[in-house]
Design a protein around this ligand. Sequence first.
Ligand code: URA
Length: 263
Amino acid sequence: MMNGEGSIKEILEWYISAGVDVTCGEEPYCIEQKASDKFSRQEDLSPKTEPIRQATTNLAQVTGAACQNAKNICSAAKTLEELKQALENFDGCALKLTASHTVFGDGNPQAKIMFIGEAPGADEDRIGTPFVGRSGHLLDKMLEAVGLDRNQCYITNILPWRPPGNRTPLDSEVAVCLPFLKRQIEIIAPDYIFTLGGSAANALLESAESISRLRGKWMEYKRENGSVSKVLASFHPAYLLRSPGQKAKAWADLLRLSKAINS
Ligand code: URA
C-alpha cells in the first residue's frame, strides 16, 4: 500500500495527524507489548492467561516500587529548590525521556492560591515553564479578570513532563509523579487550590468523577499536618478554548474563588 516515492512522507504525515510528534528510537516500541512478548516466548507457561497475568503483576510491582521511591525522595526535600533538584534527578517516569524540559511549578512560593493543571504542552516543554502557551494565555486572562496575577499565585501541574503528542497521561505516570505535586502542596501550604480539568481534580482528590460533576463546589485536601487546603475544581483552559460555551461556568468558579479569598 505504501510503496514508492511518497510513502515515507505519507507515513510521517499519518503519524503527525495521529498525535505522534516525537521519536525515541529507530524501532517502534510498545511497553505493554514488549512485556507480554517476553512472557509469551517462555516455553511452558500454561494456561494461556498466565503470561498476561504475570506481566500485569510485574508492571504493577515496578510502578509500586517507583512510587515508593518517589515518596521517599520527596519527603527528604525540605524546600522547593531541593524538590526541584530531586525532580530533575528523578528517573522513575519514562515521560522524562521524550520531554525537552522538566517543568516545575512557577509563581510565588508564598502564595495562598495554587493552580494545578494536567501536564506541560508543546510550548511549556520548549520553554520549561507551566502554562505559557495558548491555555496559559487564557489562564492569565482568567486570573486578571478576578484581580490576580502570577505573582500572587503558584502554578503547577500533575505531571512535570509532556506526554508525547499531548496524549492523556497513564495512571502509572500520574501515580509516580503525584508525590512531587503533593510535596509542593506541603511546602507551599496554600489556603486555596484551584484545579484545572478533570485529570488534576481526579488525581488530587483521588476521584473518578467527571469534571462536570466535580466543578463548582468547595472540597478539601488534607495536608500531612492535618491542615486543610480548600479545593475548587474547574474546567481546563484548553477545554474552554475548544468549548467557549462553557466559559460562563468557569467564570462562576473564578468568582467563587475570588469571593473566598477576599472574604
Ligand atoms: N496544559 C496544562 O495542563 N498545563 C500546562 O502547563 C500547559 C497546558
